[in-house]
Write a protein that binds this ligand. Structure first.
Ligand code: APR
Length: 237
């Protein structure tokens, strides 16, 4: 297994120019609905139909042909082609725009909108349609036991061991389009710095964690990310 030299973390900001809202910007998702009502295990236990409706709406939006990967997603796919296994791409996003932009190995630490998980048999299955009480698990055939395969607040994100293993040995950590508000992702820059890695933030504006980065560049992801990847692939920093 090749050692990971470069860890890239993305957040909702990288998908903003594809037409998906972010969470904490003006008009963002959490200004439209309280996360306590739709993105916690307690919310799902209290009112599963309301939680399913929230994710059904986001799944429908993601199926809209108008929502396409952008130049930032495509640039990271070029980076993966050049770096191979020495790149680890971690996303907080549950959309599939990195994959549709050409990335093949994407670590979705907060899960994926186009997957469902059975609370009876724990199967994780592709799921692009609405989920409701009548939805049957393709594995165990039980109805009404499928939930979004999305990590809710209070649940443990996926692949943390693999991520922190990569951070402990990387020489470069780049954070793209995230407000640095939610742990453990917001703590990745500290782990990379401890490993002696160069740290770079590419974001529309200063994030909550900007001061923890060795370098920050502000602007839209579709401008910053291709420029950074092109310079890196030409031997720059
Ligand atoms: N280009 C680059 N950055 C952008 C752009 C853009 N076009 N538009 C917005 N941003 C930046 C904003 O400045 C902000 O710092 O993207 C960031 C988005 O922050 P959030 O809305 O907090 O999204 P994110 O950081 O991904 O949230 C983390 O919180 O709600 C949970 O699970 C959810 O994965 C999400 C996590």
């Amino acid at each position: 297994m090749t050692a990971v030299s470069t860890v890239v973390l993305t957040g909702a900001g990288i998908s903003r120019e594809s037409g998906l809202e972010t969470f904490r910007d003006l008009g963002g998702v959490w200004s439209q609905v309280r996360l306590e009502e739709v993105a916690t295990p307690a919310a799902f236990a209290r009112d599963p139909a309301r939680v399913q409706a929230f994710y059904n709406a986001r799944r429908r939006q993601l199926r809209d042909p108008a929502i396409q990967p952008n130049a930032a997603h495509r640039a990271l796919a070029r980076l993966e082609q050049a770096l191979g296994d020495s790149l680890l791409l971690v996303t907080q996003n549950v959309d599939d725009l990195h994959e549709r932009g050409g990335s093949r190995d994407v670590v979705h630490m907060h899960g994926e909108l186009f997957k469902a998980r059975c609370t009876a048999c724990t199967a994780v299955v592709p799921w692009h349609d609405d989920l409701d009480a009548g939805s049957r698990c393709p594995q165990c055939a039980r109805p009404g036991r499928l939930r979004p395969h999305v990590v809710w607040f209070g649940e443990i994100p996926h692949a943390l061991e693999r991520i922190f293993e990569a951070l402990s040995g990387c020489t470069r950590f780049v954070s793209i389009g995230t407000s640095g508000s939610v742990y453990p992702a917001a703590g990745f820059v500290a782990a990379a710095s401890e490993a002696g890695a160069a740290t770079l933030e590419l974001n529309l504006e200063p994030s909550a964690g900007s001061r923890r980065f060795g370098e920050v560049r502000h602007g839209p992801a579709t401008a910053l990310v291709p420029a950074w990847v092109d310079r890196l692939l030409q031997g720059g920093g």
